[in-house]
Design a protein around this ligand. Structure first.
Ligand SMILES: *Cc1c(COP(=O)(O)O)cnc(C)c1O
Length: 358
């Protein structure tokens, strides 16, 4: 691999053990094995178990594999919502999920805040499913755990809670036993190639999808919860899946387990602290999110005062550090710096030292 370090928030720097696991996978002919073989069933089972242990997911929850997190937005819409969902929207990704439910002509509602601003949690919510984005990657917003708890405690009885953990699991803690469904794709904090989504669901989600199906409503075809569950029960997937990535995810999750989720989370806090401290010290950049508790731990977004993101990106590139531009309308005025489990403390220390020389 080259000696540049990607601090882009996705696709991101590959996990440090990725290359070794990829080589082993090729040696073991993983890309050639049948997805109906025993070997695959073992891979499926190992990956699911490692993810459950790493994230602290209750054993009875199901884990399904899809092609992306975007696909899971659509699957949640098809399987878990009949009429209405409610979305907390203050960035591009939370907004995208809301728009998908609208494309299905659902009566979705929204608690909207300006991009990067905190939500008013006093507004009562009525919906079958409530969607939260734990880490809004577009503007580096962290939905704090005490506020997630508040939403759960004040939700209507029976409403399902869905949490997008795409760019923060396992680097930021979450009590999965209190939520019904969560999901991520692997090219962000897991440091793997894109093309695999991971969908975590509990029995209430399974029941909701069964109810929809039994009532004659459409829940999709090969990736309906009914089909996904039928195959997951035998450690399989309905279609020919991304076997290589499922294998790699199991191995990377195992390596993360050796380090421990708690250690990863503490390291994440340390690295994000020095990153934001540096943004505060420098006069040409400041953290985009004002209040500390709302600042993402895994995607540091800086607002540029008198420089453009292209200038910073190019200067950092000369030092072999690849940082990301702002997202969407903030392309020129923000830079985004990923702080994922693969980034070591030393690498982050090096990055902030270089920022100080610009
Ligand atoms: C990247 C991202 C997604 C979409 O992931 P895909 O793998 O591109 O489908 C969804 N939510 C958040 C918060 C993201 O950062």
């Amino acid at each position: 691999m080259s000696n540049q370090i990607f601090f882009t928030p996705g696709p991101a720097q590959k996990f440090y053990s990725y290359e070794q696991h990829l080589k082993n996978a090729l040696k073991k002919d993983i890309p050639s094995i049948s997805h109906r073989s025993n070997d695959f069933q073992n891979i499926f089972q190992e990956t699911v178990e490692n993810i459950k242990t790493l994230l602290g997911i209750p054993s009875e929850y199901y884990i399904f594999f899809t092609s992306s997190a975007t696909e899971i937005w659509e699957r949640i819409t098809q399987n878990l919502i009949i009429e209405s969902s409610h979305h907390f929207v203050n960035g591009s990704f939370s907004k995208r999920f809301y728009e998908i439910t609208k494309a299905y002509q659902l009566k979705s509602t929204v608690t909207e805040a300006g991009f990067g601003e905190a939500f008013d949690l006093g507004i009562p919510v009525t919906a079958e499913l409530i969607a939260i984005t734990q880490n809004e990657t577009s503007i580096g917003y962290n939905f704090p755990n005490d506020e997630i708890t508040h939403v759960i405690e004040s939700k209507p009885t029976g409403a399902l809670v869905a949490v997008d953990v795409v760019s923060c699991a396992p680097a930021v803690a979450l009590d999965y036993s209190t939520i019904d469904t969560a999901y991520f794709s692997v090219q962000k904090s897991f440091g793997l190639p894109a093309g695999l989504g991971v969908w975590i669901v509990n029995d209430k989600c399974i029941e909701k999808a069964e109810f929809k199906e039994k009532s004659g409503m459409i829940t999709g075809s090969y990736h309906s919860i009914g089909q996904l569950k039928k195959y997951a029960d035998k450690y399989q997937t309905p279609e020919t899946p991304n076997v290589l990535n499922i294998y790699l995810l199991g191995k990377v999750a195992q390596d993360m387990l050796y380090r421990g989720a708690k250690q990863i989370q503490n390291d994440t806090i340390y690295k994000s602290t020095i990153l934001y401290q540096t943004m505060n010290e420098l006069d040409w950049i400041e953290p985009f999110i004002g209040e500390k508790k709302y600042r993402s731990k895994t995607v540091g977004v800086g607002k540029l005062m008198d420089k453009s993101s292209v200038e910073i990106i190019n200067k950092m590139k000369e030092k072999k550090m690849i940082v990301g531009p702002g997202y969407g309308k903030f392309k020129n005025e923000h830079i985004r710096i990923a702080n994922f489990p693969t980034h070591s403390k030393e690498q982050m220390e090096l990055l902030v030292d270089i920022l100080k020389t610009l």
